[in-house]
Design a protein around this ligand. Structure first.
Ligand code: NAP
Length: 296
């Protein structure tokens, strides 16, 4: 059987960390683009991307990567997208598609769309896949296999344009779903952003404990704490930008979480075993659902 034709002539990845380099690997291994290039502000990152053989060229200036590309994917922290879009916009070829992998969608559209010239399409994307590691060496081609990628194109974006981006992610092994950007941000606030905030809080609380207790926290971490430390080891710049750009949705869900936490606190204080048991039984069912959906 012959392999399907590449979807793009030139794929430009702006930023080549965990997600950018995973996409580069998948694009190379599955023949998704005839040419794959990247940009990074950092000489060591550019040298590493070339040494890994995942791009044909690595530029210091994103303009040089974006020039002539038919798909440009922003793979840096979301707080950088506005400035990047402003600088590459005048150099984009007509008909080019600009996409991204950012974890927040409304703010990305707000920051990127106004800069793009007529005839250039924006198809925002968020692959729900990742690890706590960063940089080009952390990536792997199968990262997106069996995971969801959410697309949040504006109403009126031509279907064939959205479909080309959807097909890119499908060929990376992803399941693709379209969503309204505000809805995406609310869903991710509970499934991803709040869990990270809780992990950062718990690990922060532990690291403020007295020295002798702290060493025991590490020694006996398998009791549950260890799982939070993995999440709390995620990139600080990326997560700072996520909380600043998805502020409203995170604050709303945090308010509900705080109320629920207070209810559990009261149940413990009042010795209401049945209430605690009912709550923990309900949460177990969610875990079963995740296993059944093969997202465990
Ligand atoms: P990463 O491994 O830390 O890579 C980030 C990349 O962005 C690096 O190439 C870095 O370049 C560059 N960068 C950082 N700050 C920059 C700045 N101020 N200006 C220009 N370039 C900058 O991060 P990642 O995990 O791939 O995340 C990239 C994007 O994917 C983020 O928007 C994140 O929200 C999204 N995302 C992440 C995950 C995840 O689990 N990690 C999952 C889904 C989506 P240098 O080498 O120059 O530092």
């Amino acid at each position: 059987m012959t392999a399907p034709a590449p979807l793009f002539d030139r794929l430009a990845l702006i930023g080549i960390g965990l997600i950018g380099s995973s996409l580069a690997r998948a694009a190379r291994d599955y023949g998704l683009a005839r040419e794959i290039v990247c940009s990074s502000r950092n000489a060591a990152t550019r040298a590493k991307a070339m040494e890994l053989g995942i791009v044909e060229a690595a530029f210091a200036d994103p303009i040089d990567a974006a020039r002539g590309a038919d798909l440009i994917v922003l793979c840096t922290p979301v707080g950088t997208f506005g400035d990047l879009a402003r600088s590459i916009a005048p150099h984009l070829k007509p008909g080019a598609i600009v996409s991204d992998v950012g974890s927040v969608k409304e703010a990305v559209i707000r920051d990127v769309a106004p800069h793009l010239p007529e005839g250039v399409h924006l198809v925002p994307a968020h692959p729900i896949a990742g690890t706590e590691f960063s940089g080009p060496e952390a990536g792997f081609a199968t990262l997106f296999q069996g995971r969801w990628t959410i697309l949040t194109p504006a109403v009126g974006t031509p279907d064939e344009v959205v479909e080309r981006v959807a097909e890119l992610w499908r060929r990376c092994g992803s399941n693709v779903e379209r969503m309204d950007p505000a809805h995406h941000d609310r869903v991710l606030a509970i499934t991803s952003h709040l869990p990270h905030l809780i992990a950062y809080t718990i690990v922060g609380t532990a690291s403020d404990l007295e020295e002798d207790t702290k060493s025991e926290v590490i020694k006996f971490s398998a009791g549950g704490f260890r799982d939070f430390t993995r999440i709390a080891a995620s990139d600080p710049v990326m997560w700072r930008d996520i909380f600043l750009t998805n502020r409203e949705a995170v604050l709303e869900i945090l308010q509900r979480f705080t109320e629920d936490l207070t209810a559990l606190q009261r149940a413990i204080r009042k010795g209401e075993g049945e209430a605690l048991h009912d709550h923990f039984t309900k949460t177990r069912a969610i875990r079963r659902g995740i296993i059944d959906a093969r997202q465990a």
